[in-house]
Design a protein around this ligand. Structure first.
Ligand SMILES: *[C@@H]1O[C@H](CO)[C@@H](O)[C@H](O)[C@H]1NC(C)=O
Ligand SMILES: *[C@@H]1O[C@H](CO)[C@@H](O)[C@H](O)[C@H]1NC(C)=O
Ligand SMILES: *[C@@H]1O[C@H](CO)[C@@H](O)[C@H](O)[C@H]1NC(C)=O
Ligand SMILES: *[C@@H]1O[C@H](CO)[C@@H](O)[C@H](O)[C@H]1NC(C)=O
Ligand SMILES: *[C@@H]1O[C@H](CO)[C@@H](O)[C@H](O)[C@H]1NC(C)=O
Ligand SMILES: *[C@@H]1O[C@H](CO)[C@@H](O)[C@H](O)[C@H]1NC(C)=O
Length: 927
């Protein structure tokens, strides 16, 4: 290592550090007013923190609010986001505003009156969804130049909500577009669309070339345009659409006939005040689907029905409909889905004689006040697959009610007055897979009553107060949800009644498992993957319970547990070796012991990746709370009162989870949390959300609502040690960044970069497992070489009883000829169980020794669970002189320092400690 370069480097260091800290401020994960996350980690994340509403399949999001300067805000957002939601007041979206967001697929902008430039969306060639939104009443102004969307070659969904587009003319739509939405705009005529979008309608005066036509537009959504009342002649001339939504617009559907639309499959006229079925429109377009929900169609006349033979889907949801005409279904020979929910079809389902349909697959009759279902009510619908009867007043299902439904898969009878189920009531439903009986008055359900279907997979059962469930259980159940306010009692006959059950949700105050096999049998859920419990006392997880409920959950990965009982004693999660996601809420850990209990619980689930704690009030969190959770990727604290973050937690900074969220947390105003401020803004490996919004309280009667962050900066002195820590933490980042910028002369930076990378990968828990070749890597300087080779090496290397029989790595001896020393050092430290630094005054003057000590320290900081470092002092040295002194004091224990000059006693102690450390390292490996 050329000494010159090191000194050049140290001369430049302060400057570079300054530059980096400035750069780092905006580079850190914490982004003011932004929430950044990965919604694949916790499906319920949106319940606690604002997230970007996503489309299925997108997980990495950033959601920022109160934006005034987009560029500045985006600087703090990682570039790998798939979805970005931006809210604020921004007059102009500058060119290349999103150029670094290569993976962006969804962009939702709520930025007020807005001007977009031609080059704003440059670089977004993966973007699929672009939404401009404004949620107050109409309308904001938006200026889009005609070529603004040109760069968006993958865009298929473009939406404007609450914007007037009359300032923007001739916008060229990307040809990949399939769905265009214009809601709450100031559109008055359909014709105006031609002027706004130059290539929407073929042959409109402004279209550039026929080849750039949007010929594949499938969905046009013009809902909630309150002034849209005319079409205009030939407004949509020769446009071919699949779907048109005109919900809540005053445009009468008759107007559509002259619009020039060539083709239309689906028309939605929800909430338009329609009183009559629009038969002529259906016939004109030969519509396949028509949604007339929330209108006032109270009667349907037989003569109207001549026009509907093309319909496959019809929704008359919420219309006050009182009866169906006799020939209703025979006039709709193609109908597959019929939605009649929320009407007044009467107390007895009077199905007109003509209710025969060979094709109907889905029938929704929920919320119609039915009390009785006649014998064979649905026998004319042989193809029915889904029958929705929820929210009626049905109290009794007679044997033959469901006769003839050979292919029925889904039956919803929830929220009815059902008190009894006759045995065999399901016998005519051999194909049933999902049954919903939530909200009934049943007190006993016996497996016999569920016999008939061969493959019942999904079952929901609910009663008002108590529910006893008797076997035999449907053998292939995959998901089960049971609710009853008071008690749920399971009576179990055989040992493995839930062999395939994957999802179990229980909502009740008490559950009892009553086994008849023998008293000590526990109920076994060998396949359970997802367990949700609400309201239940934690004794279900008690280690002291003679009859354990969830005593073995070998495959459980998600546990969501909200209790509101007081008894958290002995709660035990030991039976869940694969638990990854743990959400705990409302567990009243009795105040002073709460933290201890929480710590005990967390020790039992070391594989945890996601931990969400809500209303637990654990008090002051410290290093010991989390130190065993090496795989944690997300930590969420919600609605916690007087939370403290002890200074010992900063030890864990390098291993902190990727995401830490504080939602509605009140801290205690204490300076031992002073590290939190710099950590949240500077530590680049963790995204911290919600600190700016949190307040703190000095004592229980402090209602001043002091913002926590400003308390820390006003009242607490900066912890100099923490700054040293952060700066060196950033230093290693800096060095790797520099190497990325390519400073060819500082070639050794490259190795630090490698080190940093491998370290980074491991922090993220994705690193390959290390192969260990050596027991001990020994670092020493040339001046001490003689002693090392003559004394130390034989003592450690010779087989017992003469020596310790260890496999050593000595750079001078074991590095191959022509190996790069830096490279080999990093690699050998990685592949050794322990590192031993031999230190003397001379060693401290040696650049190499210092560098090796530094590398060893980083290695230790990065992987405290695995790395072992021992320091052997050949002479008395002021420890403050060690280059990594501060970090070493933090990470090493007293037993890891040895003063060799003190004689033989110390030597034995050293060998003992070395062996102990090696054994520990070995155990960590095997875990
Ligand atoms: C999300 O969490 C809240 C409690 O914090 C709970 O009430 C709600 O049911 C959860 N949602 C889901 C979908 O689990
Ligand atoms: C755009 O429409 C709004 C609302 O109808 C109107 O107030 C405004 O004057 C229009 N602007 C232009 C340039 O036509
Ligand atoms: C019927 O329509 C209502 C309102 O749109 C909807 O919520 C419901 O899911 C529909 N039913 C079916 C079976 O699709
Ligand atoms: C319904 O059928 C079961 C067995 O199939 C029979 O035991 C029961 O008596 C029947 N109930 C009525 C009301 O017909
Ligand atoms: C179990 O629940 C998860 C999460 O809610 C869901 O994704 C999965 O499809 C469910 N599995 C079954 C068999 O219902
Ligand atoms: C249940 O207890 C009996 C004796 O009390 C014992 O022989 C049997 O092994 C126990 N069974 C289980 C599954 O623990």
């Amino acid at each position: 290592m050329p000494r010159m370069e090191i000194s050049v480097f140290s001369a430049l260091l302060p400057l570079l550090l300054l530059a980096f800290v400035n750069h780092g401020l905006s580079w850190a994960w914490t982004a003011p007013d932004c929430n950044i996350g990965d919604s694949s980690l916790l499906a319920n994340l949106s319940y606690y923190t604002p997230i970007c509403s996503l489309v299925p399949g997108l997980y990495l999001f950033a959601s920022c609010s109160n934006i005034k300067d987009v560029i500045q805000t985006l600087r703090a957002v990682p570039h790998d986001r798939e979805a970005l939601c931006l809210q604020g007041m921004v007059p102009i979206l500058p060119p290349n505003a999103f150029a670094n967001f290569f993976s962006l697929k969804l962009l939702r902008l709520q930025l007020g009156n807005l001007k977009v430039t031609s080059k704003t969306f440059q670089g977004l060639d993966q973007l699929q969804h672009l939404h401009f939104e404004h949620h107050a009443p109409c309308c904001m102004g938006l200026f889009l130049p005609s070529d603004a969307l040109e760069a968006l070659i993958s865009l298929n969904d473009l939406s404007f909500q609450g914007y007037c587009l009359n300032y923007s003319q001739n916008i060229q739509l990307p040809i990949s577009l399939t769905c265009l939405t214009l809601r709450h705009s100031c559109l008055t005529k359909l014709q105006e669309l031609q002027e706004i979008f130059s290539n929407l309608v073929p042959g409109s005066s402004n279209s550039v070339s026929p080849r750039s036509l949007v010929s594949f537009l499938e969905v046009l959504d013009l809902s909630s345009n309150l002034q849209l009342n005319q079409a205009g002649d030939g407004a949509l001339h020769s446009l071919q659409l699949h779907s048109l939504r005109l919900d809540s617009t005053p445009l009468s559907s008759i107007g559509l006939l002259g619009s020039g639309l060539l083709q239309l499959g689906f028309l939605s006229l929800v909430g338009t005040g329609v009183k009559k079925m629009p038969g002529n429109v259906v016939r004109y377009f030969a519509l396949h689907a028509l949604d007339l929900g929330r209108n006032q169609i109270q009667d349907i006349w037989d003569p109207d029905l001549t026009n509907y033979h093309s319909l496959e889907l019809l929704s008359l949801h919420d219309n006050g409909l009182q009866s169906l005409p006799i020939k209703f279904l025979s006039a709709l020979p193609q109908l597959q889905r019929l939605n009649l929910s929320m009407n007044n079809l009467g107390s007895t389902l009077v199905l007109p004689e003509g209710l025969v349909s060979a094709k109907l697959k889905v029938l929704d009759l929920s919320y119609n006040e039915f009390c009785n279902l006649p014998y064979g009510a649905f026998s004319f619908l042989p193809q029915l697959q889904e029958l929705w009867l929820g929210g009626n007043n049905i109290s009794n299902l007679m044997n033959g009610t469901l006769e003839g439904l050979m292919w029925l898969k889904t039956l919803d009878l929830s929220w009815n007055q059902i008190k009894v189920l006759n045995p065999g009531w399901l016998s005519s439903l051999p194909s049933l897979t999902s049954l919903n009986l939530l909200g009934t008055y049943l007190e006993h359900i016996s497996g016999k009553q569920l016999q008939g279907p061969h493959k019942l997979r999904h079952l929901l059962l609910g009663s008002h107060d108590m529910l006893d469930i008797y076997p035999p259980w449907p053998p292939e159940l995959l998901s089960l949800e049971v609710r009853a306010e008071g008690v749920i009692q399971f009576i179990v006959h055989n040992e493995e009644p839930f062999l395939f059950l994957e999802n179990l949700t229980l909502q009740t105050s008490n559950i009892l498992f009553h086994t008849t096999v023998s008293d000590n049998t526990t109920v076994y859920f060998p396949s359970l993957y997802h367990l949700t419990l609400r309201g239940i006392s934690s004794y279900v997880f008690s280690s002291h319970q003679p009859q354990k409920f969830f005593s073995q959950l070998p495959r459980l990965e998600h546990l969501h547990f909200w209790s509101d009982h007081m008894d958290t004693d002995n709660m035990c999660l030991l039976s869940m070796p694969r638990l990854q996601v743990l959400e705990l809420g409302d567990l009243n850990f009795l105040s002073e012991f709460s933290l201890v209990k929480l710590e005990m619980l967390l020790k039992q689930v070391p594989q945890l990746q996601v931990l969400a704690l809500s209303h637990l009030n654990p008090g002051t969190l410290s290093m010991s709370t989390f130190k065993d959770l090496g795989h944690l990727r997300l930590l969420l604290l919600n609605s916690e009162y007087s939370l403290g973050l002890d200074s010992s937690l900063q030890e864990l900074i390098p291993q902190m989870p990727q995401y830490v969220y504080f939602s509605d947390v009140t801290f205690t105003c204490q300076c031992k949390s002073s590290w939190v401020g710099p950590w949240a803004t500077q530590a680049p490996n963790t995204f911290v959300y919600g600190l700016e919004k949190s307040i703190c309280m000095a004592n229980t009667s402090d209602y001043s609502r002091t913002p926590f962050v400003s308390f820390l900066s006003d009242h607490c002195p900066h912890d100099p040690e923490f700054w040293v820590f952060l700066i060196s933490f950033n230093l290693i980042l800096l060095m790797s960044t520099l190497a990325l910028f390519g400073c060819p002369k500082w070639y050794w930076l490259h190795y630090l970069q490698n080190l940093f990378h491998s370290w980074w990968w491991k922090l993220c828990g994705r690193g390959p497992r290390r192969q260990l070749y050596y027991d001990v890597f020994i670092s020493y300087c040339q001046q001490d070489k003689a002693w090392v080779l003559k004394e130390l090496v034989p003592a450690l290397e010779k087989p017992p009883p003469i020596g310790e029989g260890l496999k050593l790595c000595l750079p001078d001896r074991d590095f191959g000829l022509g190996w790069d020393r830096m490279d080999a050092t990093v690699a050998s430290m990685e592949t050794s169980r322990a590192i031993l630094c031999v230190l003397s005054c001379q060693a401290l003057k040696s650049t190499w020794c210092n560098l090796e000590l530094r590398l060893a320290t980083y290695h230790l900081v990065a992987r405290p669970a695995v790395a072992r470092l021992l320091l052997l002092f050949l002479e008395t040295i002021d420890r403050q002189k060690l280059c990594s002194y501060h970090r070493l004091t933090r990470w090493l224990q007293k037993e890891d320092y040895f003063d060799f000059h003190q004689g033989m006693e110390e030597w034995d102690f050293f060998c003992e400690q070395l062996q102990r450390r090696l054994r520990e390292a070995g155990q960590e490996r095997e875990d």
